[in-house]
Design a protein. Sequence first.
Length: 208
Amino acid sequence: MPTLPAFRHLTPMGEPAATLAAEAALPSRFGNFRVVAFESPDGKEHAAIVHGDVDGAEAVPLRVHSECFTGDVMGSLKCDCRDQLEAALRYIADQPRGVVLYLRQEGRGIGLANKIRAYALQDTGLDTVEANHALGFQDDERRYDVAADMIRELGITSVRLISNNPNKARALTDLGIPVLGRIPLQMKPNPHNVRYLDTKRAKSGHLL
């Protein structure tokens, strides 16, 4: 087993949103990575999938991916989450370095049970935004302070964001992470997610 390089552990003022807990080698069907586990004060555990040496690196290709049980695990056709995750992993495996941050904020931050409730409302004709509103939530309840602290603890100095969502870039910039550019990640739609993708474009500002 090769020796894994130690990551820089930063201690910012106040309680960090995520702290590094463990790391190990992760050979995968997409390439050879390291998996780095992080813990946050709310008890959630997050992961960084790291390719190459990112400590002190600039303009690191980085995907901030929020957990999607139905898509990532079960292969749901209602979203493009699994397609984006796999495409991001393949992309960074072909680069000198890159990272996928996997954040435990299911259903745009509303949790799995509420996400399934939103699915049921979508079956009645609501789109994803309307379903969230009907349940009393904002369009998107996700937060990115965890991602920002993960980036800092990995020692990354700036990123190129693998995303179609400009809100992620703004959020990371506001949290002090230099975002030097965007790498588009557009997936081919299917009959089950075409309305979902159109809603992301029309109502959530995604660049599709």
